[in-house]
Design a protein around this ligand. Structure first.
Ligand code: PBG
Length: 363
């Protein structure tokens, strides 16, 4: 007897003498047959496009390790937003590069700061595009950490706590303030990415008190301290000036802790949860998919994008095929939406692929 001992395959107990007649290949014979039985297919609605915004005019500065990605000035955003919406991609997520940085990251809560300006420009040009604001201080602080840091001489200095320690309470206050500023500018959703304890609850009550009960929260609930963020830190000009982010982001070896982080953020009122990075953490995505009814996002981060481009530039991989295969794997593991620098390309490719049946391979 060939028995499949799993709740998913009950009833598939096959007498050995019959197994020779089972030919799963029958359903793979032609493109149309494969299409009929395909369990996971990509569509433009699966993607969220990240955008980097900076001051200046007519700026379109290429990001070295991320081919096809740019730091854009606000005047470039109308055309970009229309193009993204026109491809059927429902949302963008914004990262700001401020003109000046300080210890508290004050440009993040300046109503005329770079992200509020960008939100207004995008909402004018493409009102139906969902605008998500990445909510973190690392791009705005002169020390490059994701919140207020314990430093002698600074206003929030706390002598009992270690120097260089990220201070939760003042950081939460500033996250709540900055979230209301971005909501006021028109953001549909706030996406806290700093892994600061209590950030979701603080942002939810800050938004509600300021009158923005309709603005949703997409929490980067399960964010690992990952080497795959390397190219992003060049793009967002946000590397930490000392130490790294391991005191607040998760250790890559941890799985149970992911459930704890997700449970906390769900309880604090997150509308959606995120796992980040994506491909190296598919087990975490799949497990959270089973545990939580909330929509689940995955972030295919800068390093994942850079690796595929670098290999393709060397002629070692087929970019389109491997990008679509990675995105399909992320969706198959349980992501309802994928933040990806391939958003525009993948939206085009996935529509073409629908009509051509395959990812572009001939084998
Ligand atoms: C923090 C933030 C980071 C990314 C998204 N939001 C960087 C970090 O935590 O250091 C990484 C995204 C990527 O690598 O594509 N604001």
């Amino acid at each position: 007897m060939l028995a499949f001992d799993s709740s998913r395959t009950q009833g598939l107990t096959i007498p050995a003498e019959r197994s020779a007649a089972l030919r799963p290949r029958r359903l793979r014979r032609t493109a149309a047959l494969r299409r009929m039985v395909r369990e996971t297919a990509l569509s433009p609605a699966d993607f969220v496009a990240p955008l980097f915004v900076r001051h200046g005019r007519r700026q379109r500065i290429p990001i070295g390790a991320m081919p096809g990605q740019f730091q854009l000035s606000v005047d470039q955003l109308a055309a970009e937003a229309k193009e993204i919406a026109g491809l059927g991609v429902p949302a963008v997520i914004l990262f700001g590069i401020p003109a000046a940085k300080d210890a508290l990251g004050s440009d993040n809560y300046n109503p005329d700061g770079i992200v509020p300006q960008a939100i207004r420009a995008i909402k004018d040009a493409a009102p139906d595009l969902v605008v998500i604001s990445d909510m973190c201080f690392c791009e705005y602080t002169n020390h490059g950490h994701c919140g207020v840091i314990n430093m002698p001489g600074e206003r929030h200095f706390h002598p009992q706590l270690p120097q260089g320690y990220l201070l939760d309470a003042p950081t939460r206050e500033l996250l709540a303030l900055a979230s209301s500023v971005h909501a006021e500018a028109g953001a549909d959703m706030i996406a806290p990415s700093g892994m600061v304890d209590g950030m979701v609850a603080a942002i939810r009550s800050g938004l509600d008190e300021a009158g923005f009960e309709h603005v949703a929260i997409l929490s980067y609930a399960v964010k690992y301290a990952s080497g795959f963020y390397g190219p992003f830190r060049e793009a967002a000009e946000s590397p930490p000036a000392f130490g790294d982010r391991s005191q607040y982001q998760m250790d890559p070896g941890n799985r149970r802790e992911a459930f704890k982080e997700a449970a906390l953020d769900a309880a604090e009122g997150a509308d959606m949860l995120m796992v980040k990075p994506a491909l190296p953490y598919l087990d975490i995505l799949a497990a959270l998919r089973e545990l939580y009814p909330l929509p689940l996002a995955a972030y295919q981060v800068s390093g994942e994008y850079a690796m595929l481009h670098a290999a393709a530039a060397n002629g070692w991989l087929d970019l389109r095929r491997c990008a679509l295969e990675s995105l399909t794997a992320i969706k198959r593991a349980g992501a309802d939406m994928i933040l990806t620098y391939f958003a525009k390309d993948a939206a085009k490719w996935s529509v073409e692929h629908r009509s051509r049946e395959e990812y572009g391979s001939r084998d």
